[in-house]
Design a protein around this ligand. Structure first.
Ligand SMILES: C[S@@+](CC[C@H](N)C(=O)[O-])C[C@H]1O[C@@H](n2cnc3c(N)ncnc32)[C@H](O)[C@@H]1O
Length: 189
């Protein structure tokens, strides 16, 4: 499903009030959503989604066969959080800051998808987010992140500090603006 006019309007309004936090004037395209979620299905385990916004990646995950009750959505913006709660009632919705994420150890997270604007965040915040994600992500699990920038949005020093490696997955020209998708995972010993 593509973005509705009301989703686009809500996005634009949210961007006008919190430009650095929302960091895009429109939701991602279905092409970008497909690229971000192409390695995830119902067998991946629970899926953590950071910054779902209006839920374009969430819908792509459901299309891939992931069940709503496998989803943990972390969204800081109250308007987006209210929309997501109504749209995905069986998902776990955490209205708050991704860097303070704390989940029950019973949740086995197999993959994480992030729409967070890492490039507009202070380095310390990105550090906190990586800590939170990889603390919950099972062995072999990956974090999928997109960026509008020309390289991986996590600098190599930060990847090194967390023992991570990043690989470029795909460039998606049909998005506003065009975006690249990266997979971040733990380095193999
Ligand atoms: C670029 S938008 C992406 C939205 C959606 N994933 C998409 O691609 O259309 C960034 C999203 O991250 C959320 N966000 C920004 N900082 C956050 C934080 N620290 N914790 C949780 N959500 C955050 C914003 O509210 C917004 O929904």
């Amino acid at each position: 499903m593509t973005n509705t006019a009301s989703d686009t309007l809500l996005f634009l309004r949210s961007w006008l009030t919190k430009p650095l936090e929302v960091a895009a004037i429109a939701p991602s395209s279905t092409r970008l959503a497909a690229a971000m979620t192409c390695e995830i299905d119902r067998y991946t385990g629970d899926v953590l989604e950071l910054g779902p916004g209006t839920g374009i990646f969430t819908r792509a995950l459901l299309r891939n066969g992931v069940r709503q009750d496998q989803l943990v959505l972390v969204e800081r913006n109250p308007a987006f959080a209210a929309l997501l709660r109504g749209r995905f009632p069986q998902a776990t919705l955490i209205e708050g800051d991704a860097q303070h994420l704390r989940l029950s150890p019973a949740r086995k997270i197999g993959a994480a998808v992030s729409g967070l604007p890492l490039l507009s965040m202070p380095r310390q915040t990105v550090h906190g987010i990586l800590d939170a994600v990889f603390q919950h992500l099972g062995d072999g699990g990956s974090l999928f992140q997109f960026t509008y920038g020309p390289r991986c949005p996590v600098p190599s020093a930060l990847l090194d500090a967390h023992g991570l490696e990043a690989s470029f997955l795909r460039w998606v020209p049909l998005n506003l603006p065009p975006a690249s998708v990266y997979r971040l995972s733990r380095r193999k010993r």
